[in-house]
Design a protein around this ligand. Structure first.
Ligand code: DC
Length: 227
């Protein structure tokens, strides 16, 4: 059967990864969370207390020390990010990393390294990848491109309850501020800002249930696969 590439871009916390994971499972495709890769780099920079972002040589040296891969959790089947061989899935989601990651992901050399890795991961197609520049930069020829969005207050509430469920101590205000800040930085950075690809389909899930949006995505994908 024909394999396609599914590129999903959109704002923070609008459920990209949930629907991308489910779609990948249903289609038998691999799933790549490109945001997790930027988060892993941000975590490494924080651990090294690296602030000298304009120093190209120092940046290149540091980037060479970073190895990122995804491994499937044998218990729940989830794809998890590993930083230099150690599972970092939990740590990359904390608020400190969330507050740093937009700045780190705006560094051209960081993007260059991660985009090349992402293109390598998706070169045989049969992949669902989510992020901010997947349909515009990483896979401009993807057969199916989605641009996901949802009302900012709905996104803040969803993210807040997700974090609380995981036992993270945050307030709704902190989550709301973080989302606003990331929306601003993601859309205003010079390097590959978040924009909707001209040929992307918009999926606004403010009023959609997770099942409804998954159905929509699968229907669109199957139309292209059967084509
Ligand atoms: O999807 P996420 O919120 O986990 O992504 C974390 C950050 O990484 C987000 O602030 C923007 C950045 N990012 C990016 O610049 N390009 C991508 N392809 C994915 C994420």
């Amino acid at each position: 059967m024909k394999k396609i590439t599914i590129a999903i871009d959109g704002y923070s916390s609008c459920g990209k990864s949930t629907v991308a994971k489910q779609a990948a499972r249903m289609l038998g495709y691999s799933y790549v969370d490109s945001g997790a890769m930027y988060r892993a780099v941000a975590l490494y920079f924080m651990r090294k207390d690296f602030k000298d972002r304009d120093n190209e040589e120092a940046l290149l040296t540091l980037l060479k020390e970073i190895h990122i891969d995804f491994r499937v959790n044998a218990v729940n089947g989830a794809s998890e990010v590993y930083l230099n061989g150690v599972n970092a899935e939990h740590e990359i989601r904390n608020l400190e990393v969330s507050n740093n990651v937009s700045r780190v992901s705006a560094i051209p050399l960081v993007r260059k390294k991660l985009v090349a890795m992402q293109q390598e991961m998706g070169k045989s197609k049969g992949v669902v990848m989510d992020g901010r520049d997947i349909g515009t930069v990483v896979f401009p020829d993807a057969e199916l491109k989605l641009f996901m969005t949802a009302d900012p207050e709905v996104r803040a509430l969803r993210r807040y309850s997700e974090l609380i469920k995981k036992g993270t101590l945050v307030t709704l205000d902190e989550v709301r501020n973080n989302i606003q800040e990331r929306d601003y930085q993601d859309t205003h950075r010079t390097e590959s800002p978040l924009t909707q690809a001209a040929d992307a389909r918009v999926l606004d899930n403010t009023a959609l249930s997770p099942e409804e949006q998954l159905d929509l995505l699968i229907r669109w994908a199957e139309e292209l696969i059967d084509d």
